[in-house]
Design a protein around this ligand. Structure first.
Ligand SMILES: [Zn+2]
Ligand SMILES: [Zn+2]
Length: 394
């Protein structure tokens, strides 16, 4: 179902065929983490054609374009889109399906680039705002922390934004709807590896060794007590061991067994607590069974946490685009994670979801049959333009 919007930007509807052509071109040419060379060149060329100042090369393939409003000085905001595809073999059979086997825009970043480019074109035609907008196109959102790289390479030193905004398409929400709230929208993403070290022996003579397999089983169970016993039941967290391996044959107890998995949280204090408890539980459980353990715990992405004031601005802008009745102001947070979190760690801002239509037929994100819904494009473009006017009103 498509919900009628109160106010799509007239240029966003007039230019929709051009936007769709960009999206299909990008969809057909997906590139993954830090290799978005053709993508980055396409984005930079479009931004230059709109008459914007364009910088390339940050975090390898990042592109940033800057536009000053014609209503004088004011605040500075960053609008961010992601550019990378996934290592998925596309099964859509679309005429513009991926030309690169094993690579696919299965998260809609082709649509995200298109919507931000569309907004840049419209705002460049009529920059009727006070202040400065930076259009930030980042590489490697999916796994490799392109947003973190841009921050580390001085994104906000060179482009000192007062706030930064992000948007992701969300299948399962109707086109013409949006969702956002202050606080956590997406979870943090940590990974761990536990190596239980025992002493190998003949399987028939376990008393001559120290069994890491049985110990790993105890560790696995003990880990589940952290969320159920240490996390406040009103709050949430997930510990999911996803790999366990050890040993080579039936009749030999091996020296080691390995457990890997992931931890997701919304609250940095819970994240700290889980990391500490996980290490304690692993070492103590291993010791109880006369083994040792090595734990490596890596924090990949922090939680994506929206600030109050900027989320108010995002809601005000979204209201002008889709109407208050089509905004979910208290969506359930997602346990997935988002590299935009690194930018939100540095600057206040807000990350919103844009309805992408039903999941049947076009499927969920990261699915080989997924396709970004072009009907959502005018809404996303209009939202970006409205957001600039909302935050940078004279
Ligand atoms: Zn994704
Ligand atoms: Zn994505």
């Amino acid at each position: 179902m498509t919900v009628n919007a109160p106010a799509l930007h007239p240029r966003a509807t007039e230019l929709v065929d051009e936007f769709t052509a960009w999206r299909h071109h990008l969809h057909a040419h997906p590139e993954t983490a830090f290799e978005e060379n053709l993508t980055s060149a396409f984005v930079a060329e479009k931004l230059k054609s709109f008459g914007l100042e364009v910088a390339t090369g940050m975090a390898k393939t990042g592109v940033i374009a800057t536009l000053k409003g014609n209503k004088g000085d004011g605040k500075r905001i960053g609008l961010r889109a992601d550019m990378d595809a996934l290592d998925i073999h596309e099964t859509t059979n679309l005429p513009y399906a991926s030309k690169y086997p094993g690579k696919m825009h299965a998260c809609g970043h082709d649509g995200h680039m298109t919507m931000l480019l569309g907004a840049a074109k419209i705002l460049a035609e009529n920059p009727d705002f006070a202040g400065t907008v930076d259009f930030i196109f980042q590489p490697a959102e999916e796994n490799e922390g392109g947003g973190r790289e841009m921050v580390n390479e001085g994104l906000f030193d060179q482009y000192p934004c007062d706030a930064v905004y992000g948007m992701h398409n969300w299948p399962g929400h109707d086109v013409g709807t949006m969702a956002m709230k202050p606080g956590p929208m997406m979870a943090s993403y940590d990974v761990f590896e536990i190596v239980v070290e025992g002493k190998g022996s003949h399987a028939a003579m376990p008393h001559l060794g120290r069994d890491p397999i049985t110990t790993a089983g105890q560790v696995l169970l003990a880990l589940q007590a952290i969320v159920s016993r240490n996390v406040n039941p009103q709050q949430s967290a997930v510990i999911s061991p996803t790999q366990i391996f050890g040993g080579d044959t039936w009749n030999v107890i091996p020296d080691t067994a390995t457990i890997r998995g992931t931890v997701r949280t919304f609250d940095p204090a819970i994240q700290d607590m889980i990391e500490e408890r996980l290490k304690t539980v692993v070492h103590s459980t291993a010791a109880a069974f006369d083994c040792k353990a090595k734990v490596s715990y890596q924090r990949r992405y922090p939680a994506t946490i929206n600030t109050e004031a900027e989320t108010g601005i995002a809601q005000a802008a979204a209201t002008k685009v889709v109407g208050a009745q089509n905004i979910d102001t208290d969506p359930e947070s997602s346990m997935a994670s988002e590299d935009f979190a690194f930018m939100l760690n540095e600057k206040p801002g807000s990350y919103v979801w844009l309805g992408n239509g039903p999941t049947d037929g076009n499927c969920m994100l990261h699915n080989a049959a997924y396709n970004f819904n072009d009907d959502a494009t005018p809404y996303g473009v209009t939202y970006w333009v409205a957001l600039v006017h909302e935050h940078l009103s004279a």
